[in-house]
Design a protein around this ligand. Structure first.
Ligand SMILES: [Fe+2]
Ligand SMILES: [Fe+2]
Length: 252
């Protein structure tokens, strides 16, 4: 039986409903994406939020988000981004996070697949990092099932956009090596760069996913893209194959 996943990333919400980031009203675009997901992918099995949920990192913003997620909450898993407060996240979503764990990772099994969320946040920094303890944890999770899907906020590779790459993942080589040496990793889905991009590490496809609000351009200096906000759907098949697609607001 296939498993249907929706990835939403980089929501950048504020406690003010009319909060705007780079000209984009982030609650409005998030609400529009929720409507589109309800219309076209309401039967998803899991919703994965891959960080930068609250631009202001306020507890109230997470409470408003919890309310907005409504009946999606029990299918929801979360990893933090650089724009997140881990203390507030744990407090507002106690059923989502394992209180015994120091990092905000997740991992669960779906038939043939292990679905993993890897916390790459360095509190107080924009750049990310996956330390040795995290790598050890990831290595153990990768032994669970023949196929693995890994979510992480910061992409493990540069995306050839200089200003974003300078704010990317530091010391990524050990993570890249682990992925390269782990044929069970079929795909990695990241956020942070607010655009769609694709590459490979060994046998694994590496994807980034558009933000639910502001879209960055692919030029080396900071620029914005006029494409609408988006999200990703992923379908995992029992034989280890998968399909994935980016959807934009207004897509039929
Ligand atoms: Fe972001
Ligand atoms: Fe980010």
């Amino acid at each position: 039986m296939s498993v249907r996943i929706v990835q939403l990333t980089d929501l950048h919400l504020y406690k003010q409903r009319d909060g705007v980031l780079a000209g984009v009203p982030t609650w409005e675009t998030f609400a529009a994406i929720q409507r589109q997901v309800r219309e076209h992918h309401a039967d998803f099995d899991y919703l994965i939020l891959t960080g930068d949920l609250a631009q202001d990192e306020e507890r109230e913003t997470y409470e408003m988000m919890r309310e907005a997620l409504g009946d999606w909450l029990d299918r929801c898993r979360i990893i933090p981004g650089n724009h997140d407060d881990p203390v507030h996240l744990r407090a507002v979503f106690p059923e989502v996070f394992d209180e015994a764990s120091a990092s905000l990772n997740f991992s669960f099994t779906c038939s043939h697949w292990q679905v993993i969320g890897l916390d790459s946040q360095v509190v107080g920094e924009i750049t990310g990092r996956v330390g040795s303890e995290q790598l050890e944890w990831l290595g153990a999770q990768l032994q669970e099932r023949p196929s693995a899907l890994v979510f992480v906020h910061h992409p493990p590779l540069p995306i050839d956009v200089a200003w974003l790459d300078s704010l990317g993942m530091n010391e990524a080589e050990p993570l890249v090596s682990l992925i390269a040496e782990s044929p069970q990793v079929k795909l990695v889905c990241a956020g942070h760069v607010h655009q769609e991009w694709r590459s490979r590490i060994g046998d694994a496809d590496i994807y980034t996913t558009p933000s639910t609000c502001v879209q960055f351009g692919s030029r080396s200096e900071k620029s914005f893209d006029t494409r609408t906000a988006g999200y990703r759907t992923i379908t995992l098949e029992a034989d280890g194959r998968y399909t994935t697609e980016v959807h934009r607001l207004g897509d039929a």
